[in-house]
Design a binder for this molecule. Structure first.
Ligand code: ADP
Length: 227
């Protein structure tokens, strides 16, 4: 049986006004990401990668076309509905980690669960400790982010992205601020999570180390997917 793709874009267009003109950032993008994919979106600066990631992440709206997340239309929803969709179905990882410096590792990872307001304190503790174990950071649960290395910080960010058990994780240049050895360790971890938990990952990246390990590469140029 054919499951519906976790992400589907149909003829998606997006333009930005720029002074007197308009920049056509996406010019009719069709794509499908299937459950369990480990995919990289690759393209030069200005090609449309961030625009695409923001639309898939329901952070921005397309001008035309359709975006489906797990078979459901993501566009034309109210802001509170989009918040729920983002919180429950999508995890985000950023190149500069985006941890909150005054919160401990535990509290940073707990945040998406507090937003969701569905779990008791005990359930949250169990979920956070479980995911901290998955990224091998349990012993740092009470540390502040500035006591951690770059690789450890990115592992906290990965735990935060996964704590709600989203089907899809969007990762914007997740290895860009890491040295080569640490980048390899992080890629190994992401691949393990992909295999063990079936989480679908979509990366925007220039990093050949990561591009060499994905199972699908989508090339984007001038707002169009190539090939
Ligand atoms: P990439 O992530 O591949 O570098 P982007 O999606 O950021 O590409 O940009 C695609 C095009 O849209 C570029 O020409 C960029 O200048 C333009 N663009 C992106 N965001 C904006 C914005 N907020 N306002 C105006 N133009 C934008």
């Amino acid at each position: 049986m054919n499951e519906s793709p976790i992400v589907e874009l149909r003829e998606v267009h997006k333009a930005y006004p720029l002074g007197e003109t308009v920049v056509q950032a996406l010019k009719g993008v069709d794509l499908k990401i299937n459950k369990g994919d480990f995919t990289a979106i690759v393209g030069s600066s200005g090609a449309g990668k961030s625009t695409l990631m923001n639309l898939i992440g329901c952070i921005d709206e397309p001008d035309a076309g359709q975006i489906l997340i797990e078979g459901e239309a993501a566009s034309n929803r109210s802001e509170p509905e989009k918040c729920i969709l983002r919180n429950e179905k999508i995890g985000f990882i950023f190149q500069s980690f985006n941890l909150i410096p005054v919160l401990s590792v535990y509290e940073n990872v707990e945040l998406p669960l507090l937003v969701q307001k569905k779990m008791t304190l005990e359930e949250r503790q169990k979920a956070v400790d479980e995911v901290l174990k998955d990224v091998d950071l349990l012993k740092y649960r009470d540390s502040l982010p500035n006591k951690l290395s770059g690789g450890q910080r990115q592992r906290v960010a990965i735990a935060r992205a996964l704590v709600n058990k989203p089907g899809l994780v969007l990762a914007d240049e997740p290895t860009a601020n890491l040295d080569s050895q640490t980048a390899h360790t992080i890629i190994d971890l992401l691949l393990k999570l992909n295999k063990d938990k079936g989480t679908t990952f979509l990366f925007s990246t220039h990093d050949e180390k990561l591009i060499g390990r994905v199972n699908k590469v989508l090339r984007i140029q001038d707002g169009r997917i190539q090939g």
